[in-house]
Write a protein that binds this ligand. Structure first.
Ligand SMILES: CC(C)(COP(=O)(O)OP(=O)(O)OC[C@H]1O[C@@H](n2cnc3c(N)ncnc32)[C@H](O)[C@@H]1OP(=O)(O)O)[C@@H](O)C(=O)NCCC(=O)NCCS
Length: 323
């Protein structure tokens, strides 16, 4: 058996097989385009690849995506081998192929310098625990925004590419001192934004499941962004994908949310869901409620001499950092 980069007919077969579970409401050809486009982004082409495990006859039996994610862990820069979309073709399940491709990808990535492997499990912990992963607790919650009469007087505009360095520095400042965070540079932030925008664009017209919009707003002072939000807006409500504020109190971030809600003052507030990092200050205008463990379980496995983040407070992770 061997592991190869998934291309051509193998990739087409994988797209067909995974379409029923990971299409996000897209049509088949748009699902294929969404996958391909992520790998062509400036960040994706160097950091994201899909692999396939071939049997002795050259037929693919399992597949996974591998991300090279820059992390800061216990004050040191490192690389995490991120695994996603682990899938075994239905007629080949139960033969250990998922474990084989996971081990092979971890082994290769360790040789390329990775210190940690990480994944988000949609199927509980057991399978991944058996191959050495442990769960890092993470919560999701609702955000309740205090709604005043009218919008706060503050300049809020659409975010642009030129704002990305300011976003990166807000992230670095707010996540400083936390044991584990991604090192988010402008290309990685841009990748996370593009992935969502592509999904929204490709889902346009596909019915309620595919209907979503990505919104990126900044508060500006001088000419630069001093606070920002990225939201996914869908019929079920809003997801706060990521946010930041240059000021530790977070008041401008809270005010952006108030401005956005004031666009439709007569409508009831939408449900706003988030993974709010525990180290991120909570702005005075908002309340975090209905905290529950995140549905996607974050699990890590050390692959070099490195400790692992074990408490929710050890991790600074937004929904945007999901892979
Ligand atoms: C999960 C999956 C990749 C496992 O592939 P596989 O090659 O059969 O896995 P292995 O043979 O290496 O291991 C099988 C183990 O996975 C467990 N498993 C499979 N599907 C599972 C599920 N939906 N929930 C929990 N555990 C599951 C089995 O119980 C089995 O446990 P065992 O070792 O005690 O028998 C495969 O079932 C699949 O492609 N499922 C659909 C895609 C998916 O959900 N992927 C995971 C995303 S996080």
């Amino acid at each position: 058996m061997k592991v190869v980069v998934a291309e051509g007919e193998i990739l087409e077969g994988i797209i067909d097989a995974t379409y029923p579970i990971w299409s996000e409401g897209l049509a088949r050809d748009r699902y294929a385009r969404w996958n391909a486009a992520q790998m062509r982004t400036a960040w994706g082409k160097d950091h994201l690849r899909r692999f396939a495990l071939l049997d002795d006859r050259g037929r693919w039996v399992a597949t996974a995506k591998r991300y090279l994610l820059p992390i800061r862990h216990d004050g040191a820069d490192a690389i995490m081998c991120g695994l996603g979309a682990v899938f075994t073709r239905p007629d080949e399940r139960g033969h250990g192929y998922a474990k084989v491709i996971i081990e092979e990808l971890i082994d290769r990535t360790r040789q390329e310098g990775a210190a940690l492997a990480g994944l988000f499990s949609e199927i509980g912990e057991q399978l991944y625990q058996r191959v050495g992963f442990v769960t890092v607790p993470m919560d999701e919650m609702d955000i309740e925004v205090e709604r005043k009469h009218g919008a706060p007087a503050m300049l809020v505009r659409s975010g642009e590419e030129r704002d990305l360095p300011a976003l990166a520095s807000m992230h670095a400042a707010r996540s400083k001192g936390v044991r584990f965070a991604l090192r988010r540079d402008p290309p990685l932030i841009e990748y996370a934004l593009s992935k969502k925008r592509l999904l929204a664009g490709l889902g346009f017209g596909a019915g309620p499941r595919g209907s979503r919009q990505t919104e990126f707003f900044v508060a500006e002072e001088g000419a630069s962004a001093v606070a920002y939000v990225v939201l996914t807006v869908s019929p079920g409500g809003w997801t706060l994908e990521e946010a930041g504020d240059r000021d530790p109190a977070g008041a401008r971030l809270g005010a952006i949310l108030q401005v956005l809600l004031a666009r439709e003052p007569s409508r009831p507030a939408p449900l706003i869901r988030a993974w709010w990092p525990p180290a991120m200050p909570v702005p005075p205008q908002i309340r975090l409620t209905n905290r529950v463990p995140a549905r996607d379980i974050f699990m890590v496995r050390p692959i070099a001499d490195i400790g692992i983040p074990s408490r929710a407070e050890d991790v600074f992770y937004w929904r945007s950092d999901y892979f």
